[in-house]
Design a protein around this ligand. Structure first.
Ligand code: MF3
Ligand code: CO
Ligand code: CO
Length: 266
């Protein structure tokens, strides 16, 4: 285990600000979502809102990603590319915002309801939301990465859903993706021990059916459930402290668009 993943006080302060910007943009986009919009409309909003707050959207041109935000609708697990796709009443859409501000990355996502999703769509979304909260509960100096994964896996599988294995949370800071990898499954007491000053994301993807996923062979980004069941995800950037953690992307704004409120807060 290396010391390099423990941030300095200056880096932590930089991360607090970048994460607050990402959270503000996510709340702002949650307020404007509605049936009839396209995922390109989400992209335009997130791009402009990020710049208006003095930031830069990290996804744009990241390893060739063509847009400024990931928008993942229904059976899309993550890394959905904004397009002319129209949001319909009953859809669920994950919007994953990453802002670079003064060299630091803040990464956060939520799954939103468009109009009135089905009971199963709501159950999958609520399970993803709760699973992130349950993972966060494990975070404190001395706990292990395996404690986080085990808690999430136990909860999600107990609800009868699958938790994705092929994509994980990650360390974050001056780089978008740093060590360690944060698995959303695993065994208690295994893996790296957490130390105060580490910063990483937790971002469980919960599938209605199998946890297996496929990457679109044409665009090499879009991740779909293998069985085409629904999938939902929430993500926070977390600072480990001696007694617990600080959720750097916590949302302290209140959503005015009541349609989407249920899905936003972890
Ligand atoms: N925001 C995603 C994450 O949580 C990563 C997206 S990479 C991109 O790690 F290139 F698709 F933007
Ligand atoms: Co992330
Ligand atoms: Co993200």
């Amino acid at each position: 285990m290396s010391r390099t993943n423990v941030k300095s006080p200056k880096e932590i302060e930089g991360m607090r600000v970048a994460c607050a910007k990402a959270a503000e943009t996510l709340v702002a986009v949650g307020e404007i979502l509605k049936a009839g919009m396209t995922t390109d409309d989400i992209n335009r909003f997130v791009h402009d809102d990020t710049l208006a707050r003095g930031g830069v959207p990290a996804p744009l041109n990241y390893r060739g990603f063509p847009k400024s935000v990931c928008t993942s609708v229904n059976e899309i697990v993550c890394h959905g590319i904004p397009s002319a796709q129209v949001l319909n009443d009953g859809d669920i859409v994950n919007v994953d915002v990453t802002t670079i501000y003064k060299g630091f990355h803040g990464d956060t996502s939520a799954t939103f309801y468009i109009g009135n999703p089905s009971p199963i769509a709501r159950r999958v979304t609520e399970c993803a939301r709760r699973s992130l909260a349950i993972g966060i509960e494990e975070v404190r100096e001395g706990a292990t990465l395996g404690d986080i994964g085990a808690a999430i896996q136990q909860y999600v599988e107990g609800e009868g859903f699958g938790v994705v294995r092929d994509f994980v949370g990650h360390g974050i800071g001056r780089r978008f993706h740093e060590d360690p990898q944060v698995k959303h499954y695993g065994k208690r007491g295994t893996g790296e021990r957490l130390r105060a000053g580490m910063i990483f994301t937790i971002e469980p993807m919960v599938n209605q059916g199998t946890y297996a996923v496929e990457i679109d062979p044409a665009d090499k980004w879009t991740v779909r459930t293998a069985d085409r069941g629904l999938s939902a995800q929430f993500e926070h950037t977390i600072l480990v402290t001696k007694k617990g953690c600080e959720v750097l992307t916590a949302r302290n704004a209140v959503l005015r668009n009541s349609e989407n409120v249920a899905a936003l807060f972890v």
